[in-house]
Design a protein around this ligand. Structure first.
Ligand SMILES: CC/C=C\C/C=C\C/C=C\CC/C=C/CC(=O)SCCNC(=O)CCNC(=O)[C@H](O)C(C)(C)COP(=O)(O)OP(=O)(O)OC[C@H]1O[C@@H](n2cnc3c(N)ncnc32)[C@H](O)[C@@H]1OP(=O)(O)O
Length: 296
């Protein structure tokens, strides 16, 4: 389903999004700061600085469900059309979990049409973020596996909280699945081929010190300084004339984006047939059950 159709579906009677305020809603924060609310995404915009902080709040773990992907996409589209915003910082509403990655329940026990719709939404969000004309920063204030790591890798820079409990990486192989080529390319573009090959084959989740060493993040700072550091780094990015920064970003990322654009449909079909295999469904179910058992 296209983004607009998914939004309509979300707004149907009975939907949890119905009645939510997606536009700017009320004053908050400092002078001129504005807040906007949807169910799963909170936006704090500071027009004077030209920056919006986009906070994930999809409890319990900020997983990227179809609804979360859709709301995030709408929110980013609105910000891209807002002339007062030149930079976006992505972060979690609460410290602890930046994002647990793609919502595993969207990839388990569903039908092929659902898998196709979900994967299309994952592609759309990646394309929106990776091609964004905005300067994007990630203020990573919690653990950041798989799809969560991918979100941060679409940004222009990453600031990670110095908490050894927080790890970051593309750990798909540990689940018995694997990172598709455009996840891999996004990581290669950040840390290089050899480091990516090792990280992906072993499904490594890096501690903050390791992530800094391998170049997966640009800075590790005390937990209470993650957002303020991300905002102060943003001012360096916004000091560059937009057109020069944007042309450079496009030049650096175009080949990677073009690969997905060229193989988009095949990538969806590959995902659907891979994820529908009985053996893959089994490993995902076992993984989910293990996660759930901890709590019951
Ligand atoms: C030939 C083929 C060609 C091409 C193929 C194409 C594609 C390749 C195929 C597939 C690629 C698919 C890519 C997937 C990328 C992903 O993002 S997969 C998700 C990976 N995520 C994880 O591994 C993280 C799992 N979660 C955790 O480790 C912990 O939950 C976490 C450390 C984040 C937090 O720990 P804690 O605070 O202790 O919370 P709990 O573990 O207790 O969790 C609370 C409840 O949340 C549920 N949950 C956790 N993570 C997820 C999730 N990702 N999705 C859905 N639900 C999740 C968990 O079960 C608990 O539920 P409960 O309350 O117990 O019911």
């Amino acid at each position: 389903m296209a983004l607009v159709a998914r939004v309509r579906a979300l707004l149907l009677p009975g939907s949890r999004l119905r009645g939510a305020t997606l536009g700017r809603a009320a004053n908050g924060g400092g002078a001129g700061a504005r807040r906007a609310l949807s169910h799963r995404v909170l936006v704090e915009a500071d027009p004077a600085a030209g920056v919006a902080v986009v906070k994930f709040r999809n409890p319990p773990v900020n997983s990227l469900s179809l609804e979360m992907l859709t709301e995030l996409g709408i929110c980013l589209e609105k910000l891209e059309n807002d002339k007062t915003v030149r930079g976006i910082v992505l972060t979690a509403d609460r410290p602890g979990i930046f994002s647990a990655g793609l919502d595993l329940t969207e990839m388990c026990g569903r039908n092929p049409a659902h898998y196709a719709e979900f994967w299309k939404a994952v592609q759309e969000l990646w394309l929106r973020l990776y091609q964004s004309n905005m300067a994007l920063g990630a203020a990573i204030n919690g653990t950041c596996p798989a799809g969560g790591c991918l979100l941060s890798l679409t940004c222009d820079y990453r600031i990670l909280a110095d908490n050894p409990k927080y790890t970051i990486g593309l750990n798909e192989t540990q689940l018995g699945i694997f990172a598709p080529f455009w996840f891999k390319d996004t990581m290669v573009n950040t840390i290089g081929h050899r480091a990516t090959e090792r990280a992906l084959q072993l499904g490594l989740l890096f501690t903050p010190a390791e992530a800094l060493q391998v170049g997966l993040v640009d800075q590790v700072v005390p937990e209470d300084q993650v957002q303020s550091t991300a905002l102060s780094v943003m001012s360096q990015w916004l000091a560059i004339p937009d057109h020069a920064r944007q042309l450079t970003k496009t030049m650096m990322r175009k080949a990677t984006v073009d690969q997905l654009l060229k193989h988009r449909e095949a990538d969806i079909q590959n995902f659907v047939s891979f994820i529908s295999r009985d053996s893959i469904q089994k490993v995902l179910q076992v993984y989910l059950q293990k996660l759930r058992k901890k709590n019951h």
